[in-house]
Design a protein around this ligand. Structure first.
Ligand code: ATR
Length: 287
């Protein structure tokens, strides 16, 4: 693509931003659609997020992704926040809106689309969610919004699981989330579950780590979804597979959070075929 006077800019704000795969996603899509658009990383120093958002608006930056550590801090800088992002309390995508930006959480919509394309559903499901940090809380909200039947929130520190459950249950107005200590997994009902791994345990280079190492736990899982995508197969995924379940990593979640952001910025629909081309590129970049 030739950069000229009509080129529009999108980008990523965060700190650090050097290792991001987002430019690959968006610049590939721009090329495929023939859009005159470029996506670049913008490192933002501590304490300067408001300046960055206002400056981006002044420069008519079409849209931005937001990464660590600004996903919550950016919220007061926005004109409006989408309802899912507001309940999660985290925004990863800014779309030009009314002289500023509106915030969305395409991380969770991306996870949902990734699951849907793999034939995994949340509606009416009984789900095990591992972890009670920011990522797992967001997944808990997603499960609530998408009509899950029950979510067993298992965390090493029971206190944090209880806090997260209380917060989500209060917000959705029903006792959807049941907090449990990891060590109590054998008290789960005797059935098979969809399990979502939302902690950073097992992330490269600590590839031998896993939150629960007992085979008995994995015999209760029909499908395991790990939010991690490096390594390609986490120990959690391996244990799910060894015990007869299907397992997926988080690369499609990364793909679709980007795809949905691109759709919001450009008012287009990215087909499965187009998404698959981007996915293959991401896959070779991470493996
Ligand atoms: P994020 O916001 O990215 O989700 P976080 O807030 O640091 O990350 O949360 C990390 C999650 O991983 C928590 O659920 C944490 O459990 P605790 O609440 O008990 O700390 C979990 N975690 C981290 N290391 C762990 C380990 N070695 N075993 C089990 N759980 C672990």
């Amino acid at each position: 693509m030739e950069i000229n006077g009509k080129t529009r800019t999108c980008g990523l704000i965060g700190n650090p931003v050097e290792h991001t795969l987002s430019p690959m996603i968006h610049n590939t899509l721009a090329e495929m659609f023939g859009h005159n658009l470029v996506y670049v990383p913008f490192p933002v120093e501590t304490g300067r997020i408001a300046e960055a958002v206002n400056g981006a608006s002044a420069l008519q930056i079409l849209g931005l992704n937001v990464t660590v550590p600004y996903k919550s801090e950016v919220i007061p800088c926005l004109r409006e926040v989408d309802s899912l992002a507001a309940s999660i309390g985290a925004v990863n995508t800014l779309v030009s809106f009314s002289g500023g930006y509106k915030g969305y959480n395409t991380d969770m919509e991306g996870l949902y689309r990734a699951m849907t394309t793999e034939g995994i559903q949340l509606e009416g499901e009984e789900i095990i969610l591992l972890g009670a940090g920011g990522a797992s809380r967001a997944v808990a909200y997603l499960c609530a919004v998408k009509g899950a039947k029950r979510v067993y929130l298992l965390n090493r520190t029971l206190d944090r699981a209880e806090q997260a459950a209380q917060e989500v249950n209060r917000s959705v107005g029903r006792e959807l989330i049941l907090p449990m200590a990891l060590s109590d997994f054998d008290r789960l009902p005797d059935q098979k579950f969809l399990a979502i791994q939302g902690t950073s345990v097992g992330l490269s280079p600590h590839v031998d780590q896993v939150v629960i190492d007992d085979e008995a736990f994995y015999r209760r899982i029909h499908t395991g979804f790990d939010l991690i995508y490096t390594p390609w197969e986490t120990r959690f995924m391996k244990l799910v597979r060894e015990n007869g379940g299907q397992a997926y990593n988080g690369l499609k979640m990364l793909l679709y959070q980007g795809v949905i952001a691109y759709e919001l910025w450009n008012g287009v629909e990215v087909s499965e075929k187009e998404a698959q081309i981007v996915y293959e590129k991401l896959k070779s970049a991470v493996s």
